[in-house]
Design a protein around this ligand. Structure first.
Ligand SMILES: *Cc1c(COP(=O)(O)O)cnc(C)c1O
Length: 242
């Protein structure tokens, strides 16, 4: 079995190849290491391999790891990427650096009010249901402009961009379609609203290459680094980028 550090090295190679194919500079893509379900010791191993950004899905699990790795707190960023209920916003506003999963104005308002004034503004992305799946959380594309305008005006938050979890697809071309749509939406909103959103949070272990080809600036990768999680979702291997 490859070690976490070996997997991270491999993953950076994969990011480089996708960037090369996309004619993008490798430093335009940031790796967010998704640590949900994996123990703090694994996060530390990723830190020792050079990683500085970690993503958690569940608030309490994230807080537990932030506490277990308190000695690293000044050197790392913690990102919440999973669904956020309004009764959990306070601890998130106090403890995290980013929230990728804002899907209602009310959540953003609470985070803004609860962000401690001594901390830098909380970075947020709006989650978009880009594939239009009934079961997925996220704003419908047509709702995003109104929410983006309101969120951009909140002090305590910094609106950084858009996030999506597209429906799984088997081929690289099919995977590119929703990523392209999210990138187009970001560009359109920046122009229409006069915003400077700089983050496209898209691409996971299975579709990272397609996301990079379509302009992802932050890819969120877990299983390609740590192995499959306890309840693994059926997954197809990523298409090869040549
Ligand atoms: C779990 C998760 C990821 C990482 O998925 P992998 O397939 O393990 O790379 C990325 N984003 C979100 C929102 C997730 O929940």
């Amino acid at each position: 079995m490859a070690t976490i550090s070996e997997n991270i090295q491999q993953l950076h190679g994969r990011i480089e190849r996708a960037c090369l194919q996309a004619s993008r500079s490798v430093d335009t893509v940031t790796l967010l290491v998704v640590t949900k379900t994996f123990p703090a010791a694994d996060v530390r191993e990723a830190f020792l391999a050079g990683e500085r950004r970690f993503g958690e899905n569940y608030v309490q699990e994230g807080v537990d790891k932030i506490e277990a790795l308190a000695d690293l707190r000044d050197q790392v960023e913690w990102h919440l990427i999973g669904p956020l209920q309004s009764n959990k916003t306070r601890v998130v506003a106090e403890r995290f650096d980013w929230v990728h999963s804002v899907d209602r104005l009310k959540i953003a308002q609470r985070l803004a009010e609860q962000r401690p004034p001594g901390l830098a503004p909380l970075n947020v992305c709006l989650q978009v249901n880009i594939s239009g799946e009934d079961s997925k959380s996220g704003l419908a594309p047509a709702e995003v402009a109104e929410v983006a305008r309101a969120v951009a005006a909140l002090t305590g938050l910094r609106l950084r961009g858009l996030m999506a979890i597209p429906e799984p697809a088997d081929t690289l071309d099919a995977q590119r379609v929703p990523h392209r749509a999210l990138a187009a939406l970001l560009a359109e909103l920046n122009t229409a609203l006069g915003l400077a959103m700089d983050t496209l949070s898209m691409g996971m272990s299975a579709d990272m290459d397609a996301a990079i080809l379509e302009g992802a600036t932050m890819v969120r990768v877990g299983s390609a680094i740590f192995g499959s999680r306890p309840r693994p979702a059926a997954q197809t291997p990523p298409p090869t980028v040549t």
